[in-house]
Design a protein around this ligand. Structure first.
Ligand code: COA
Length: 713
């Protein structure tokens, strides 16, 4: 280390001595990531403690809200040089002759947990969470985690943690043998850690995880363990390398001496670092965090505190929102002008909590506590004191306007009025109130208590404080918020519409629903668009098309879809839609009736059926969406292209390891997409007219996913 590096390291890592124990504190806000200077600072401190005779033991802990959130992901894939295996911080912690106790609070993730695993003891506050989530950002643990964790908790449990990347609670970590002791939440971790260190100071030999081997026998007793894991993830991890590399690394821990295992882990780590999959997953991580930033909301803007929410409309959407709010600890008043609907909704909500209890996801106490937060009310007067009202009535503009007029009259001044419309212009709804500055859209996706995406829609008069409060509320509900400016259909409806159209038009040309679905499932979706349409209801899609028709006449006429609706084939709920279903079973079966409807339409339209290659199907489904997203950006309807990607990941199930629609599109290249869209424009007409932004990005050789929306207000 030169002097400059030493100063950086000293500012990030400090050491104090207390009663014969050196307390090393990492202080690298916001999350104590292991950026440049931190490993050097830790090693420097440990070395100083090693030579100070009065120090008998060492505690390693983090300042602020976390222990260590992991390596600094921003440096992944940049070609930065790393110390050789054997000379990295965890390798050296391990070799300390004085015992080191990791004292964990908040998160110990990735490289953070790897530091803890290299310590000789680990204690944590009861609320702490630990994990090796590298697979979620396209990496495997690269600091010994795949070699130490199996030695400490056994390869089976290690595989589970490393391949899923899940965060494990401190309680579970104790049961797994990962933690040695728990400190009650709220008590002084530092004092507890020092006391613990004093207790173990004289014990020899030091328990080094690298030397443990008993648990590895699990793999000898069950040699099929790793193949079974590969099989178990085969469907979910199709198209991916990272989860398999994680399994291979854990397998190496059982087959190789520790030092060789470390080298193998490093080799696997490095081969993955610059893959498209890794870049896409890292991009998705930062895109999500970027989406939370509101550039046009001044820093000093106050957000209102929310304790109680009124929900108007007790249908499926209203009930889902009520559950999401109750789960987040909010008091909910649920109102519906039809008392029967209200009672039915409460029964449904109760059933949801019963199922959560039966499946062990909630304790009986938690379930009843959450249910107890939801109160059915029978008048607008009863919701007056709530800070927020969320309207979730039937998707009809006049009905919504009427509800907003009632809400405006009933709710206390300053209360926020939110609509869950999936596409009506917010300005039309806000215009019926005296407080348009306090009106915004919260477009939830069904089931509202499960789907991660919340599209927050701002009207032209929505105040920055109202936007901020709405986004904070969304985050409190556990949602990933994407902000869009109002327009017919919003970001999500607009960007999705071309896919909804092309999937049906492809049938006229010769594809079948099962082929189209297979193409998208092979691409990485959990379900194809026709199976998804059967789940949502063909009548729902038809109503949406009818609504879009005035804005988008070229895309509304889909005779095959209309014909199926006319036949009463509305999807799963009627036992038939794009597929047929057996009683009580959700498995879609291709249906000759649908094939006949398709042939009839081909004849009527004079279209000669052709064989359509899978690649063409994929591009027909997605290029139109990319083109439309360019228009959305041109019109300044979103802050940035990466927000579109976040919306597609969390609202439409776009495969995360492809980054998102626009990131994926850049893999193909804007020039190629523009060429193809232009060709289809000639062949199919106006619906494929290339967006000027697409043409510009193609010409300039820039990237779609780095585009920003126009200045907004
Ligand atoms: N490297 C670099 N930056 C990181 C980071 C990491 N490992 N972890 C978090 N950050 C940054 C975020 O990008 C964000 O930056 P921003 O404010 O400029 O947008 C900031 O730290 C706060 O993170 P955020 O996720 O918003 O905070 P949170 O409290 O909601 O969540 C964590 C905290 C630790 C759970 C979450 O950040 C996380 O999962 N981090 C990644 C952990 C990981 O994968 N580690 C393995 C790497 S080896």
């Amino acid at each position: 280390m030169n002097d400059l590096d030493r100063n950086v390291a000293a500012s990030l890592v400090r050491m104090a001595v207390q009663d014969g124990v050196a307390v090393i504190v990492i202080d690298n806000p916001p999350v104590n990531a292991l950026g440049p200077g931190v490993p050097e600072g830790v090693i420097d401190a440990v070395n100083r403690a090693a030579v100070e005779p009065s120090i008998k033991a060492i505690v390693l802990m983090g300042a602020g809200r976390n222990f260590i959130a992991g390596a600094d992901i921003r440096h992944f894939g940049t070609g930065m040089t790393r110390p050789p295996v054997g000379q990295r911080a965890p390798d050296l912690l391990d070799q300390s002759a004085k015992p080191i106790v990791a004292a964990i609070h908040g998160y110990a993730l990735g490289g953070g947990l790897e530091y803890a695993l290299a310590c000789h003891y680990r204690i944590a506050t009861a609320g702490a969470r630990v994990g090796l989530p590298e697979v979620l950002i396209g990496a495997i643990p690269g600091g010994g985690g795949t070699q130490r964790l199996p030695r400490l908790i056994g390869p089976r449990a290690a595989l589970d943690m490393i391949v899923s990347g899940r965060h494990v609670s401190a309680m579970e970590a104790v049961k797994l043998g990962l933690l040695d002791d728990l400190v009650p939440e709220g008590s002084d971790l530092r004092a507890a850690a020092v006391a613990f260190a004093q207790r173990i100071a004289g014990l020899q030999p030091l328990p080094r995880v690298r030397d443990m081997s008993a648990k590895l026998r699990e793999a000898q007793d069950d040699p099929g363990l790793f193949d079974a894991k590969r099989q178990a993830i085969a469907h979910k991890a199709r198209n991916q390398q990272v989860p398999y590399a994680a399994i291979a690394a854990v397998e190496a821990s059982c087959a190789l001496p520790f030092a060789d295992g470390l080298r193998h882990e490093r080799h696997l780590f490095e081969t993955l670092e610059t893959t498209v999959e890794a870049r896409a997953l890292r991009y998705a991580f930062f895109a999500e965090r970027e989406a939370a930033k509101l550039p046009d909301v001044p820093a000093a803007t106050p957000a209102a505190a929310i304790a109680s929410v009124a929900i108007i409309g007790a249908g499926t959407m209203g009930a889902g929102i009520a559950i999401a709010c109750a789960d987040a600890g909010l008091t909910v008043k649920l109102f519906d002008s039809m008392p029967g609907a209200l009672a039915e909704s409460l029964t449904r909500i109760r059933r949801t909590y019963d199922v959560a209890f039966a499946r062990g996801r909630l304790s009986a106490f938690e379930a009843s506590q959450r249910l107890g937060r939801i109160e059915a009310v029978h008048s607008y007067a009863a919701i007056r004191d709530c800070e927020v009202a969320i309207e979730a009535v039937y998707e009809d503009l006049d009905t919504k306007k009427a509800v907003f007029a009632e809400l405006d009259a009933a709710m206390k001044p300053g209360a926020l009025l939110l609509t869950s419309t999936s596409g009506f212009d917010i300005d039309l709804i806000a215009g019926t109130t005296q407080r348009p500055q306090n009106v915004a859209g919260t477009h939830f996706f069904s089931p509202a208590n499960v789907t991660k995406l919340l599209e927050v829609v701002i009207g032209s008069r929505t105040a920055p404080a109202a936007l901020l409060t709405t986004v904070r509320l969304g985050r409190r509900l556990g949602k990933t918020c994407v902000v869009a400016r109002t327009c017919e259909g919003f970001l999500t409806g607009r960007s999705r519409a071309p896919l909804d159209t092309e999937m049906v038009l492809l049938l006229e040309e010769g594809a079948l629903p099962e082929q189209v679905d297979r193409v998208l499932v092979d691409f990485g979706y959990a379900m194809g668009p026709f199976a998804a349409s059967d789940l949502a209801g063909l009548d729902v899609a038809q109503a949406l098309r009818a609504r879009r028709a005035p804005a988008d006449p070229g895309r509304s006429a889909l005779p095959i879809a209309e014909r199926l609706v006319a036949l009463g084939r509305l999807g799963q709920k009627t036992g038939a839609g794009w597929y047929r279903y057996q009683e009580g079973n959700r498995t879609p079966h291709p249906d000759p009736v649908v094939a006949q409807v398709i042939r009839d339409q081909q004849q009527a339209a004079g279209i000669k059926s052709r064989t359509i290659a899978d690649g063409e199907i994929l591009h027909r489904l997605l290029f139109g969406a990319v083109n439309e997203c360019c228009r959305v950006l041109e019109e300044g309807l979103v802050y940035r292209a990466s927000d579109i990607d976040v919306a597609w990941l969390h609202g439409f199930g776009f495969p995360r390891y492809r980054g998102g629609l626009m990131f994926w599109a850049d893999g193909i290249g804007a020039a190629e997409i523009h060429r193809q869209v232009s060709a289809w424009h000639k062949e199919y007409g106006e619906r494929w007219a290339p967006a000027p932004l697409l043409a510009e990005v193609a010409r300039m050789g820039t990237l779609l996913h780095e585009q920003t929306g126009l200045p907004r207000r």
